[in-house]
Design a protein around this ligand. Sequence first.
Ligand SMILES: NC(=O)c1ccc[n+]([C@@H]2O[C@H](COP(=O)([O-])OP(=O)(O)OC[C@H]3O[C@@H](n4cnc5c(N)ncnc54)[C@H](OP(=O)(O)O)[C@@H]3O)[C@@H](O)[C@H]2O)c1
Length: 187
Amino acid sequence: MREETSNESSNLSSPLGDRGVNRGITLSLLVAADENNVIGKNNKLPWHLPNDLKYFKNLTWAMPILMGRKTFESIGKALSGRKTIVITRNKNWQHKDVTVVHSVSEATQAAKVYEVKEVFVIGGAEIFNSAFNNANRIYLTRIHHQFDGDIFFPVINKDAWQLAKTTFCKRDEKNLYDHTFQVWQRK
Ligand SMILES: NC(=O)c1ccc[n+]([C@@H]2O[C@H](COP(=O)([O-])OP(=O)(O)OC[C@H]3O[C@@H](n4cnc5c(N)ncnc54)[C@H](OP(=O)(O)O)[C@@H]3O)[C@@H](O)[C@H]2O)c1
């Protein structure tokens, strides 16, 4: 099912030291997008792709995941085995299973207490846009299809990012769309 090509660079852990805030931590965006960068519609995912859910689970297991309040409400609960950090401007918003913060920088600070080397920003678009300039890596599942959508991922500028790894997966009886797991690394 998989065809893999890889020219992954040897050092994928480029620090965020440029800004002196997240030294040593890789800030990664983790997203699935269609051919037009659609990532959502009506506060839901437009597709069901079990292979991508498995990929997401493997990458994020035991790791901190940062998400916007709308994405959290779209998922409907804290994901087991992950350390969930939800970003909201609402100082009264709470949930017993998550850490609540009020800015992206506060979210990355909150993730530091877990002493991990990588932190995953998992959406949605508002949070991707806020975190984009500070991100070192993007895990993009490109779904080779065009969906109706109302939420989009930013265009990846190839002057600033290089494709470090691609894994193509052909559609099958459970996964109805061809898709490619891409890893982009900031140059
Ligand atoms: N395909 C994918 O990989 C993927 C991944 C995730 C989500 N999605 C989709 O994306 C959509 C949701 O994305 P979205 O852009 O509408 O919402 P979102 O980014 O999940 O959440 C937006 C909310 O986050 C809070 N927020 C945003 N920026 C903030 C900041 N700078 N400081 C503090 N709080 C901030 C605000 O919460 P308050 O309003 O509470 O203040 C805002 O309303 C859904 O359709 C979902 O299915 C797709």
